[in-house]
Design a protein around this ligand. Structure first.
Ligand SMILES: [Fe+2]
Length: 216
């Protein structure tokens, strides 16, 4: 299993890779804040829930978008890129790469996610089979939840995250996505015994980078 320090090293290597491939240094904060934001919220949830390993869930949170940086270069669904990177090294990271985008490990029909898969139907079929063989466990669900709540500058509501999605892609949030995210929030609000948003005030903020030249 990857350690916390392996995860930090991996993210730092990604930064170097991305800078070498034209990344504007002042935009690195977006990726950094999102993945570490997912890690810290996931860890907090684990502390309250008590049924998952909080160090493991932090690592999965930080690593869930391991394939994202290569997505635009390879034009391939980032979940599969991360899966291929890690399938022989750390199966839990490989798994979270594939599961984090699909609430409760349910994948919609191909026509709804064709763009996410860059039109590669064979990739879709592989992910569909994988998800059918791996029903959602608690780690999958926690990272799916946190991925919907941590953005590039902090923690937001599902509505705010939906708004961002619409602006970025120029389309309304698809029903399957909004519905899955709301069901996950209901699930965790009950399990946590509180509104998940109330955990935000207990999370660290010192890991966040500012926009601009801050990328170290
Ligand atoms: Fe993410």
């Amino acid at each position: 299993m990857f350690s916390k320090s392996d995860a930090h090293d991996y993210i730092n290597d990604l930064l170097q890779f991305d800078l070498a491939h034209g990344r504007e240094p002042g935009t690195w904060y977006k990726y950094h804040n999102h993945v570490y934001g997912v890690g810290y919220l996931a860890q907090k949830m684990a502390d309250v829930l008590g049924n998952v390993n909080s160090e493991k869930v932090w690592i999965l949170g930080v690593m869930h978008d391991a394939g994202k940086i290569h997505e635009r270069l390879e034009r391939r669904f980032h979940g599969l890129i991360g899966y291929d990177f890690f399938k022989d090294r750390d199966f839990d990271i490989a798994r979270i790469s594939l599961t984090h985008s699909f609430h409760f490990n349910h994948i919609p029909s191909y026509d709804k996610v064709e763009r996410m898969f860059f039109g590669k139907k064979e990739d879709y079929e592989f992910v569909k089979d994988f998800l059918e063989q791996h029903p959602a466990n608690e780690y999958d669900k926690i990272i799916q939840m946190c991925d919907s709540l941590a953005n590039c500058s902090g923690y937001v509501t599902l509505e705010q995250r939906g708004e961002e999605f619409s602006q970025r892609y120029g389309i309304p949030v698809p029903d399957y996505m909004a519905c899955g995210a709301n069901q996950l929030k209901d699930y965790f609000d009950k399990r946590l015994g509180c509104d998940i948003y109330s955990l935000y005030s207990e999370l660290p903020a010192n890991f966040m980078l500012k926009s601009g030249g801050d990328y170290k």
